[in-house]
Write a protein that binds this ligand. Sequence first.
Ligand SMILES: Cc1cc2nc3c(=O)[nH]c(=O)nc-3n(C[C@H](O)[C@H](O)[C@H](O)COP(=O)(O)OP(=O)(O)OC[C@H]3O[C@@H](n4cnc5c(N)ncnc54)[C@H](O)[C@@H]3O)c2cc1C
Length: 415
Amino acid sequence: VHVTAVIIGAGHAGLAMSRRLTERSIDHVVLERGEVANSWRNERWDSLRLLTPNWQTSLPDQAYDGDDPDGYMTAAEVANVVQRYSAAISAPVVTSTTVTALRSANDRYEVATTGGTWRTDAVVIASGAANLARLPEFVRNLPGIRVQTALTYRRPDDLPDGGVLVVGASATGAQLADEIQRSGRPVTLSVGEHVRMPRTYRGRDIFWWLDDTGILDERHDQIDHLVRARNVPSPQLTGATDRRSVDLNALQRLGVTVVGRIGRVVGDVAQCSGALANTCALADLKMHRLLDRCDERARTGALDAGQPDRPEPTDIGASALELDLRRSGIETVVLATGFRPDYSWVQLPVLDRHGRILHRAGSITAAPGTYVLGHSILRRRRSSYISGAAPDTAELAEELHRHLDATHRSRTPRR
Ligand SMILES: Cc1cc2nc3c(=O)[nH]c(=O)nc-3n(C[C@H](O)[C@H](O)[C@H](O)COP(=O)(O)OP(=O)(O)OC[C@H]3O[C@@H](n4cnc5c(N)ncnc54)[C@H](O)[C@@H]3O)c2cc1C
């Protein structure tokens, strides 16, 4: 079957792109291996709420219209928003259809699926940035301890009683440490590089400040050390309704034990970095730099903001350099060490040696007419959030349209 464009993935990003193509009357199909909003329905833990306030959950032509703009949606609520969007824009989604290969075929592309093969002039890969869990090297040396990842973990009660080692202290790790400790299972949290932010500052949500200061709109070409910036972990925040803090001070007050990054596991012993104090000092420093920008904005914008209420410095005391997993009663290890996309089906010369797609702001230059969406700082800092889909897809649709025009001209015989 031939169609002008194929979008792979019916998450919010793929659907936003579908909306853009419909606006331009570009015939297309959205291929989805599961159901619409599959990731939100089937691949998130039960208690997950967005970090971003509801008013930021906007898509092209669909602003948040609920009665709790400052609340944080559950994963199920996000799935419903995405589902409603799909219906509202009449997206041409084909569900239960897994893309098994994307390859070039003459001057077009061929998209093989479990439901047949499509030939197309343009492809938008919107299959998500979090299909697989990133696993640290030391996992294979864990001494027969049950391992969960953020993709398999659902709720504390599924874990056996006993201690839990949570590895990684970004948004995921901090949230899971918080809820598992509250369930009565003593948590040890292994902390590497992390991003500390208060949930609110001067009376406003930190995402309000990120938006208002223009930080979320900084573009990829304005950002120093882009590769590094794209790998910065998500902030230690939760969207819990009580707006509680899940920074390291708060987690330790709950009873969580904090250790440094685990380098390796030898026998029963996990060896932890001694640089934890420095790592925390750096995270505090960066947080204060961010809050300085908020203060500056409050001053120059003459905002009606509350008093500067800076968080206390992180206090981790003397953390252990070695953790004997058995003696500490660790029954489960929960890996919150990040996610990565799964592009094992991409049969184009566009992947680096780590299996990541090489692109420039979403355009895959080694395969003209192919694009990728939903990645960290794809085009701007906002790109990895739902609110980034509107500006990113507007620009990518423009590029895709130009590509189709150029291909059409080159195929049309001159008189
Ligand atoms: C833990 C977590 C917390 C987050 N919190 C926030 C937040 O607070 N605020 C916010 O704005 N965003 C948040 N994000 C979401 C982030 O915005 C999105 O994950 C990201 O932008 C990607 O969206 P997407 O539509 O590209 O991918 P997804 O929503 O993952 O959609 C991709 C779709 O592609 C399908 N697919 C994958 N492979 C194939 C294939 N081979 N064939 C066919 N279909 C396929 C999948 O089934 C899925 O439906 C969070 C993400 C995660 C993982």
